[in-house]
Design a protein around this ligand. Structure first.
Ligand code: FES
Length: 573
């Protein structure tokens, strides 16, 4: 237990010296009185709200609820803005700024008189970023996920974020729906505050945050517009104060067993492949090494039991009514490490005990999974010596073992210019290859990995093909997409050496991904290869290019890896 004398904020407010006089007098300038802070934990409310974050529009209200909870528990709430990193408007990709937000989170907590924090996030990159920063700073935090939005609606049809955009866009390109239909879909697919309501990256990462113990039990499944979400926010504020007194720190929760629980959860919910890079990066902040093979091993023994799009039928709102994540985790039972500590001081097992699935069509019984396919497979071979990723459950089974001839696009502009060319030499058995879209190549490893099906094949009824890139894929996407190929093409990985007509083999059961070229042929092509010009020569972009790691290392900055708590606390001058 901490005492008021132990509080970190006391270093700012407590001493009878000139500098602390400054802190106190200027706090009074803001209308505070000494009763506001004396003996009270200062709780930072780190808010990723902005007018350009579509999924966090309710965070002004949520922050007020957290503030209420902090006050009720005898703390001092201070709301702090951090970079919003909304998925829809951040270009070239929000992934470029995940590390920026992680650094901002860490340094905001470090440089201010803050004893603990409540982190408000949810839209894709904000969850890993906030948790990465919190892990590196390692003061008590509670994570408040934004919650999913309500189901979309079009003429009574249920619409899911992302997944149905891709689906109906292909139908529009194939001439099966009209411009007017498409305009109506635009008005019905996102109709409330909250994150994408499919099991995309946002819901995957918030479910993972809960399974690792960073949220209150059940928090990740509550729809943003449900009143229970506001109550959860206030409870989180109260919990944050308690956690300061208990000195309950993120690294106490971020153990290897908790990361395994995160991967088990990811596989059981049919989560996004993006979880891999985020979890590896989070583990790096906790000083842990999380090899790709851990994902593959766990994916082969954990059933996929949540029937939610993109790999299933329902949406997050249905998941909540069916019992939410607590019920799903309770189904998994001993597959999980139930003794892991969580943010409310109880174990994971205690938090999920007795949670029932009310609808076993949504949360399937463990012996009746949605798919027998493993959620995520890690591939290796002469095209991906350091690994590649495929979401097997989202791929057409006839492509699980496939050999086809490459159709190569040298970058995204090349793809956009030629993919619908009627003269493109492509069949449904071709392998579409997109180069230079990895961490340094794009840059930022955007979600371009679900390459569009060429229009002329769409018109023939083709809806899936083998596609290959060093990019990521949206968690709401689907198809036979080999992703995260490493080393990436922009640094001379084998993907950079592919040419039209090369014979590529994908064999998911054998975890193999290769090109039918000899080492000598690959070396000859490498000798003739030259790297693309860097996208940035100054500023944050240059910092990113100089320090971002490859996908298998989580795309964090190399200088941010490592155990927390070794950074000196700021001097109070
Ligand atoms: Fe924010 Fe999908 S756009 S979660």
């Amino acid at each position: 237990m901490k005492t008021p004398e132990d509080l970190r904020s006391r270093r700012w407010f407590g001493p009878a010296d000139l500098r602390s006089f400054g802190h106190r007098s200027r706090a009074k300038q803001m209308g505070w009185d000494s009763e506001d802070w004396e003996g009270k934990p200062v709780i930072g409310i780190l808010n990723t709200w902005s007018d350009l974050n579509t999924c966090h529009t309710h965070f002004k209200i949520v922050a007020e609820q957290v503030r209420k909870g902090v006050l009720q528990a005898g703390g001092l709430p201070v709301e702090m803005p951090v970079m919003s990193v909304g998925e829809m408007f951040t270009k070239p990709t929000s992934m470029l700024y995940r590390n920026f937000l992680a650094m901002e989170t860490e340094e905001t907590l470090r440089c201010n008189p803050i004893d603990g924090a409540v982190l408000l996030g949810g839209c894709d990159k904000t969850t890993p970023a906030l948790l990465m920063g919190a892990l590196s700073m390692n003061i008590p935090v509670v994570y408040v996920p934004a919650g999913p939005m309500l189901r979309g609606n079009w003429r009574g049809e249920v619409l899911g974020s992302g997944s149905d955009v891709w689906k109906y866009w292909d139908e529009k390109r194939a001439g099966n729906i009209t411009d007017d239909d498409w305009a109506e879909i635009e008005e019905g697919i996102a109709r409330s505050p909250g994150t994408c309501m499919t099991m995309g990256t946002a819901s995957t990462m918030t479910s993972i945050a809960e399974s690792m113990g960073f949220t209150l039990p059940g928090a990740s499944s509550i729809p943003a517009s449900d009143s229970n979400h506001q109550r959860m926010a206030a409870q989180s504020g109260r919990q944050a104060v308690e956690n300061v007194w208990q000195d309950r720190k993120p690294t106490q929760m971020a153990t290897m067993k908790a990361f395994e629980n995160a991967i088990i959860t990811d596989m059981a919910i049919g989560g996004s492949t993006n979880a891999i890079v985020h979890l590896v990066a989070m583990a790096g902040r906790a000083g842990l090494d999380l090899p790709l093979e851990t994902f593959d091993e766990i994916s082969q023994r954990v059933p996929f039991i949540l029937d939610v799009r993109p790999s299933g039928r329902f949406l997050m709102e249905d998941f909540y009514y069916a019992g939410g994540l607590r019920a799903l985790l309770n189904q998994l039972g001993d597959l999980l490490h139930l003794d892991c500590p969580t943010v409310n001081g109880k174990t994971l097992g205690e938090n999920i005990e007795g949670a029932k699935a009310h609808n076993t069509a949504v949360i399937r019984l463990i012996d009746n999974p949605v798919s027998s396919a493993s959620g995520t497979a890690i591939l290796r071979g002469n095209l991906a010596p350091n690994g590649a990723v495929i979401k097997q459950a989202a791929a057409d089974p006839r492509f699980w073992q496939h050999t086809g001839l490459a159709v190569v696009f040298k970058d995204y502009s090349d793809l956009a210019a030629r993919i619908d060319d009627p003269d493109l030499d492509v069949t449904e058995n071709s392998v579409l290859v997109l180069q230079n879209v990895g961490p340094k190549g794009a840059p930022g490893m955007p979600e371009w990995g679900m390459l569009p099906i060429p229009k002329k094949l769409l018109e023939q009824g083709v809806r899936d093909m083998v596609r290959v890139s060093d990019a990521r894929m949206s968690g709401t996407s689907y198809g036979t997409c080999v992703l995260h190929v490493s080393p990436e093409s922009a640094i001379g990985g084998p993907l950079a050496l592919l040419q039209d007509g090369d014979e590529i083999t994908l064999n998911i059961p054998a975890r193999q991904f290769s090109v039918n070229l000899t080492d000598a042929e690959l070396e000859a092509r490498r000798a003739a290869w030259s790297p693309p010009a860097p996208h940035y020569t100054r500023g944050y972009g240059k910092l990113y290019l100089d320090h971002v790691t490859q996908a298998e290392h989580g795309c964090d900055f190399d200088f941010l890896h490592g155990e927390p708590a070794s950074v000196a606390e700021p001097e109070i001058h």
